[in-house]
Design a protein around this ligand. Structure first.
Ligand code: AMP
Ligand code: ZN
Length: 111
């Protein structure tokens, strides 16, 4: 499949891995928007949050158990989780991903 993040998961395109297990992969964003900025993706290809269903929801819930563990390991007490769903919300890579941002430059505003 011609998907950037599927290729990263497969190791066909290099990435700076933060965490990996059977169901998800986390890696640093190539263009960080905060002091710490990594992405967490399900290993199953889902184009966006619009493709989350009752059948695959456990895989997404798993990601939300992994994020606190990664942040604890990285010593991050405060962080922001963002998902852009659809081009109008800024989604540029059509493989579901959650941005995790942390650092002193995070403001209180969401947009
Ligand atoms: P979004 O705009 O929400 O779809 O987020 C896509 C993110 O992927 C952006 O923050 C990009 O900087 C990031 N990105 C694109 N290509 C790579 C890559 N090869 N390795 C790591 N991050 C990437
Ligand atoms: Zn993919």
């Amino acid at each position: 499949m011609d998907c950037l993040f599927c290729k990263i998961i497969a190791g066909e395109i290099p990435s700076k891995k933060v965490y990996e297990d059977a169901h998800c992969y986390a890696f640093y964003d190539i263009n960080p928007q905060a002091e710490t900025h990594f992405l967490v993706v399900p290993k199953t290809h889902l184009a966006s949050a619009n493709e989350i269903t009752a059948e695959n929801a456990a895989e997404i819930a798993h990601i939300f158990t992994v994020i606190p563990k990664i942040c604890k390991d990285l010593g991050l007490e405060s962080y922001r989780i963002i998902n852009n769903c659809g081009a109008g919300a800024g989604q540029t890579v059509l493989h579901l991903h959650f941005h995790v941002l942390s650092g002193s430059n995070l403001g209180e505003r969401l947009v």
